[in-house]
Each structure stands twice: as C-alpha cells, then as structure tokens.
Design a protein around this ligand. Structure first.
Ligand code: FAD
Length: 424
C-alpha cells in the first residue's frame, strides 16, 4: 500500500484547515492537506461553482436544507462574506481570548462594510432600512471580506462563487499555504483515523493520487461541522456527532408595490438588535437565484424586479446529531421555534411597512449553512483543540463550538486556527 508521510496532516480546506495550513507552512513546518472537493481551476462564478454545493434534506421532523461547499476553500467558496467577531462567551465561559488573532485577520484580509453607494442605489433596500427604523430597529451595513474595488454592486453571486475575485475565500489561504510549501491533495477523502496504542498516526484515504494512507506525527481534522464527526465516529471516538446546530435561516420574499431589493446584495445590511437577547439576526436579501431563474426564462410573467427579500437567521439549540453515515437529525426546541417565529414575524412586519403586499410573501424555511458543535470543546477536545481520547489528534473547524456563536462563524474559526498554529 503506497503511503504518504508528513509531519502535520490537515483534513479539509475551509477557514479552519486552510488557515492552519498557511500558518504552519509559513513557519516552515512540513504540512500535507487533504480535500474531498476539487480545486476548480476554471473561473468561479455564475454557474461554475453550483456543483460545489451539496444540499441535504433534513428528516421530516424538521424539514429543511443544508448548504455547504465541497471544494478547496470549503463553504467560504459559497459564503456571503460576512465577518463577525467571536461571541463573548468564547472568552467569558471558555477563557479563550481571540482578540489579537481577530484584529490581525481583519487587517490581513481588509474586512470592512461595502461602501454607502451599495445601499443608496436600490430603493427597495433603502425602504427596508427606513421601515426597520420606524419600529426602532437598526439595519446597518455589515463587515465583509469583500474588496469593493473589485466587486460589482449589481451582482449578488457570492453564493455561487465570486467571478471577480472580490470576495476573500479560504481558497486564498490554501493557495498561500501551497506557495509556502504545503502539499495539497484535492479529490481526496479521509475515511478513518489510524490509531495505534492510543495515538493517532494518520488517516486512511480514498482519492486519485495513488496513496491509500497518510502517516503523520500530528493529525488535524478540519473537515467542517458535518465532515469531522463522520471521521471521528467511523474511527470509534466517543462523544462526536452530538451537540449539532445548523443556524437555520428563513428566507422571505414578497412583491413590493414600488421597487424591489433584488439588485441589492444579500446580507449586506442586517440588524444585530436581537443577537444577544434572542440569538437571531435579520437582514436584507438581494436577487439570490431569482436573477438566474429569470435569465433561464423560469420566471416568465413574474415581476421579479419588484421582489423585496429579507431573512431571519437563528442560533439554534445544539440538540441535533449527525451519524457515521453523515445523516442529520435536527429537532428544534420550543424555544428555537419561538425565537425563529419572532425573527420571521419581525421581517414580515418590516417588509409590509416597506410596501410589500402581504398576500405575496413566501417563506422558504430552515436553510442551514453554519453546521457545528459536533466535536465540541469540553466534550471531544480541550481548550487547546486537542482530542481527549487519543494523542496526536486535533480538531480545528466549526465542530469545536460548544454552541452556536449566533452569528456567521468564519472569523472565529480563522482566529482559532491561528491560535492553534502557535501551539501545535
Ligand atoms: C450559503 C452560505 C453562506 C454563508 N455565509 C457566511 C458568511 O457570510 N460569513 C461567515 O462567517 N460564514 C458564512 N457561512 C458559514 C461558513 O462558510 C462556515 O461556517 C465555514 O466555512 C466553516 O468552516 P470549517 O473550516 O468548519 O469547514 P468548511 O468550510 O465546511 O470546510 C470543510 C472542508 O472539508 C472538506 N471535507 C469534508 N469531509 C472531508 C473528508 N472526509 N476528507 C477530506 N476533506 C473533507 C469539505 O469538502 C470542505 O472543503 C456560510 C455558509 C453557507 C453555506
């Protein structure tokens, strides 16, 4: 059996894996990285990257969808590029201070809100912001990993891949890692941990590069909230797979009497008024896929230019689980449902004040995009992200959150990876 050998093995190239690979390679460490998805060489964007998204229907008790990126860069390839500081409990409850790493990352990537002209030019977005103000809520521009000099204000394709290179993705860090000497193998799936005498010695793999196992001094799983627990469960580690949250989002669309928000950008503006009290966010939607459906002639006769959209995104209870086959079980608690309804009703109220005809409002329910909690700090790994049960194993992705951060988590994951790079 042909095998690959390395000092550090990293599985997955989302913000956790790609950041860690970049940092360690930059320190001269020998790093090999495995990624199940492809490194799409063609220009991303438009329809090219749609194939990187998998959608999984959650069992009937809580119907919904999961979106994630299976690609070099992980879900950041299809994320909206919003950056949020870690939740306060990271420091208060876990004693993990990420402030220095967060500051460095913000500077390195150039995180900032989109310029005011992005909000002023579309009357639909403007009316939503004004209508929220009338009921005492502040919808304001959000910090983005987007370079406005390269971005097109008429485009809302972040979630099918940025074709202009305006949006930072973890693929940028993966490319830096390779440039600094890391070896990256795409289309290569880590199947199981190799465990000998209580210590992890690498993983078995499936892929086209001719080796069936990778041997390493240290192994880091960064396969995401849905990928990492599958490897851990298959390898017989206890505690993995439970504590699952997904941050479900209800998407609302309605027809305005005036002008739509479809030419705005999704999640460019949002309200953080409920983030601490009820752990949900609400915000504005752009065209999403409507523009593309219209281009394909699927919306003939539907005045999609007058569509106004909002979303309510919940930090849900970590009461779900994922099994060794990657199947999801995600019931919502009574409290989840109450908070989600409050968020959705608030969006509806703002939309109607902004001129949306009430009978035209449609709700696309439970679209989850931030899976995590499945190898949590305190249950599977310690505060240094090292596994309790075996030696030489670490986890560095959204799985380690003991509960939902209640806001998009990538900046926290990047900061955790930078912190781990100093100790591993
Ligand atoms: C539509 C959408 C919009 C989002 N918007 C935002 C946003 O604006 N801001 C924000 O902060 N977050 C956003 N997120 C969430 C964010 O992208 C994720 O939380 C983040 O990418 C998770 O990082 P990660 O390192 O845990 O794993 P991931 O990004 O999921 O990366 C894991 C990688 O591991 C690979 N992998 C899985 N299993 C294996 C295996 N067995 N072997 C090898 N490789 C494997 C996967 O292919 C993937 O590339 C969004 C997500 C989605 C889907």
């Amino acid at each position: 059996m042909k095998r690959l050998e390395t000092d550090i093995l990293i599985v997955g190239t989302g913000p956790g894996g790609a950041t860690l690979a970049r940092e360690l390679a930059g320190r001269g460490r020998e790093v090999a990285v495995l990624e199940k998805g492809r490194w799409h060489r063609m220009t991303l964007g438009r329809y090219a990257s749609v194939g990187t998204i998998t959608r999984i229907v959650i069992p009937r008790e809580s119907f919904g969808f999961m979106a994630r990126g299976i690609s070099v860069g992980g879900s950041t390839v299809v994320f909206t590029g919003n950056a949020y500081d870690p939740p306060r409990w990271m420091q208060d409850d876990l004693g993990i201070d990420l402030s220095g790493y967060v500051r460095a990352t913000r500077e390195e990537i150039g995180v900032k809100p989109l310029p005011q002209e992005y909000f002023d030019r579309w009357p639909g977005t403007r009316t939503l912001i004004e209508a929220a103000g009338e009921i005492g809520l502040t919808i304001r521009p959000q910090d983005k990993y987007i370079n406005p000099d390269l971005c097109d204000p008429d485009c809302d394709d972040c979630m099918i891949g940025c074709r202009r290179g305006a949006k930072w993705t973890a693929r940028d860090y993966a490319a830096d890692a390779v440039q600094r000497g890391a070896r990256l193998y795409d289309r290569t799936t880590a199947k199981k941990l190799i465990i000998e005498n209580g210590a992890v010695k690498g993983v078995t793999v499936r892929g086209p590069h001719g080796f069936r196992e990778v041997r390493a001094e240290k192994t880091v799983l960064a396969a995401g909230g849905m990928g990492t627990p599958v490897i851990l469960i298959k390898s017989g580690l206890k505690g993995a797979g439970t504590g699952f949250f997904i941050d479900p989002m209800n998407v609302l669309w309605g027809l305005s009497r005036y002008s739509g928000s479809v030419r705005g950008q999704t999640f460019a503006a949002a309200s953080e008024d409920f983030i601490d009290s009820d752990e949900f966010m609400i915000g504005t939607l752009g065209a999403l896929f409507l523009k593309h459906w219209a281009m394909l002639g699927l919306l003939r006769g539907y005045p999609y230019g007058r569509v106004i959209g909002m979303f309510a995104k919940l930090g849900d209870d970590p009461g779900g689980r994922i099994d060794g086959r990657g199947r999801i079980f995600k019931p919502y608690t009574k409290e989840d449902k109450r908070r989600f309804k409050k968020g959705t009703d608030t969006c509806r109220e703002i939309m109607i004040r902004a001129g949306v005809v009430p009978g035209t409002i449609l709700v696309l329910p439970n679209v989850g995009g931030h899976p995590g909690g499945t190898a949590a700090i305190g249950r599977v790994v310690d505060r240094g992200l090292k596994a309790y049960e075996v030696d030489n194993l670490y986890v560095c992705d959204a799985s380690v959150f003991p509960r939902s951060p209640g806001r998009p988590p990538s900046l926290t994951i990047i900061a955790l990876a930078k912190r781990l790079a100093e100790s591993i």
